[in-house]
Design a protein. Sequence first.
Length: 255
Amino acid sequence: MKHTTGFPIPILLWSTPFPRYGMQEFNKVHPFTMERSLGTFVGTNLSPIWERYLVPSEDDCIQCQHTSSPLGNGAVVETSDKKILVLQRSNKVGEFPGYFVFPGGHPEPQEVGIISHEGFQELNQCRTINNKVSQEMFDSIVREVVEEIGAPADSLSSPIFIGISRRVMNVRPTAFFFIKCNLQSDEIQQLYSSAQDGFESTQLYAVSMSDLENMASKMPGCHRGGFALYKLMVQGSEIGASGVCPGTHPYYPEA
């Protein structure tokens, strides 16, 4: 599945009530990693004393050097009847039970040959591995959507990377994508009943933009940020349609 990298994207750090925006190149090194050791994550980002692990600095690499900061992913999926898919998390999950979320999860390091921390520095210096990591970012979100909502992969468009949202509480980052599905919302509801990872959620909602506004208050911060990124993308699309050349708007990547 082809994708575009290297264009300017918004990095959104979400905190109630106001988000903060910055610009980052997707192909530059940043502190978010594919590492997802549960023990490391629980012991740092999810620890009750997580703030003690942060180093006073405006530089993310320095501030978050003692946290695991595993990079999650999420997808704003739009159906053919222009509805957005939202899941309600099970009350039995460990993080944000009962909250509304977009489909998502995390990339899988083992998919690109990273099975331990040993030799990780050498792998980071290998262009082939870097390309595989980039590809896995796009492949993994498609897998997550298929597993969580049950829609077949061939019904989904290539993911469009729209930015990274990081909630201020425990500095959890999530890469967000936009995906179109050529199925209608009622068809997806039927598929959801047999989704592979359907146990992680209790219900699938297909909602309008206005409905999503009302649900956002009960989303984890990084997913509220994902919704904000989606709105920025929509605004950029409207600007492009009105005659502004795509790519001139900071949140509108070139096709």
